[in-house]
Design a protein around this ligand. Sequence first.
Ligand SMILES: *[C@@H]1O[C@H](CO)[C@@H](O)[C@H](O)[C@H]1NC(C)=O
Length: 263
Amino acid sequence: MCKVRCMVLFAIFAFATCGGYSGQLRVSVDCMEKAGSNLSIGIDFAYPFRLQQVSFEAPLCEAMRRERVFLIGDYSSSAEFFVTIAVFAFLYSLVATIVYILFHNKYRENNRGPLTDFVVTMVFSFMWLISSSAWAKALSDVKVVTDPDEVQLLISACKVQTNKCGSVHGARWSGLNTSVVFGFLNFVLWAGNIWFVFKETGWHKGASRIAGRASEKQAGTFNQQPYNQGSFDQSGSYNTQGNLGQLSEYSQVGGPTSYSNQM
Ligand SMILES: *[C@@H]1O[C@H](CO)[C@@H](O)[C@H](O)[C@H]1NC(C)=O
């Protein structure tokens, strides 16, 4: 398991791939009067995807005149929410790791550290799910709005049959697709971690202490009667059972001393 390192790394991947994104699509407007044409109109957009602020100049196909065209939609709330959660999850997992390593005794004192960790981990799991879902939805909308075929519909000249409009290339989505995947991976990672953090809280300790005592007792019986295979079998949970079989065979050959040395 790469628990802590993955939590830190996956959070970085999530906000870096989303927050660091910039893309470009390119369309062409081929006017009937060739002079007015622009066969390579580049449209750049980036995080946080306030597409209503993204504009470009397109020919009107009327005596070299041009118009300014704006894209549609504001997807900044979902994108910023996602990046914010990712950044805070990154910071939290970093700080929690440092606190856990440096102040381990303080962390367990009064059980406040484990309890806080438990609650915060639950909240972050939930936030990862919500923000990843919101961002996945926003991304699918961004893909539609920035599709070159959709952008052509915004250009006045393209509504005239005699002019020909086309798409040169669309934006690359691999980075943003990755951010969504990492968003949901983070959710799985944090949700899975709830159990491990829960074990650190007092609620689990009672049960584990009883289980610990029981296994101690079984170990005691086993040590007192090393040759009694039956008492060992009762413990059941030992995964070295096969080894013991080999050991006791060995002890029959080598004698009791060599057997206890093996222990
Ligand atoms: C075509 O549009 C681009 C902007 O995407 C602009 O830089 C370029 O000058 C235009 N070309 C012509 C011939 O107007």
